[in-house]
Design a protein around this ligand. Sequence first.
Ligand SMILES: [Zn+2]
Length: 322
Amino acid sequence: MGTGIVDFCELDFSEFQKRIQALETVVVPNACMEDIRAGFYEAVDLLKGKHSYAHFFLNSEVVRTFWVSDKSTEEQISYLLFLFQYYFDLQKIYSEALEFCLNTQVLTEYTLSERYVMFCNLRPDFTQHMLRSMYGVAPIANGRFDTSKLIQFDNPAEVDTQKVLRDIHRDSDYSVSLWQYFAIQSLEEMLYLELMEMVKRGIRVKRCALCDQYFVLADKRRRDYCDRIYDGKRTCKQIGAKKKFNQSIEDDIYLQEFQRIYNRMYSRYYRMDAWDGNRQTNKLTEEQFQSWIAEASKARQAYKAGEISGEDMLTRISMGTE
Ligand SMILES: [Zn+2]
């Protein structure tokens, strides 16, 4: 739980974006439809193996658009361009949600509930999401789906329904053993479900002390490094374990100071907005805030990678904070 959304937020879309920009300049009457289709599929294939469900949803949308729609060629292309843009936007929104609601390193003075409510005040659309839920007869044992009772059949006509039902219900506590499940039909629904379950269960995320990407904190143990491969063969965790001089982020005065400034900027931008809904009193516009965050993240990444000193990092992020 949580790795789907974290991996989506950390997906590097730059190559993908380049392909899309190239497709945007295609002039339809002059181009062969096959080439255009191939261009879109190549873009989609860039996600293959990098993110299971993002690739799945995007691929099915593209197939549906090209083969089962009554749209004209122009409409198909503009719809797909819109769809790809929508994926980039989703990444921005869900990265913000992760950072705001679940990152243990920011907004530490607030509780999880406060953070979630503040986030909903900022992004009211979030409270409007709905998910389709369905019921199906299924074997359930101790509140869980009982996979040991699953049967496989090739021909539905050969199934002895009465016997199957008796088997399912034999040791069920329910009048009718029904399993409730979600019918997820889009990437957004999937991300939403995952985020809400994380918020509900209090599953937190953190940025890795080495590669700076988010990772899921599966339990209460202190962890500073993720399990991604960092230098081609070793993971961040393996490298981190050997870093004597940087035993923990908490001991690093530069990262401590970074965190203090970062939290102050966060509060300056979000707090008033979120609790009072009065944009007039807010000193930072969304644009200023976002561009500061982007710069600050780059500086922090460069520091963690050892490219700049701690002093340099602080100088870089102090610009525009007063
Ligand atoms: Zn890492």
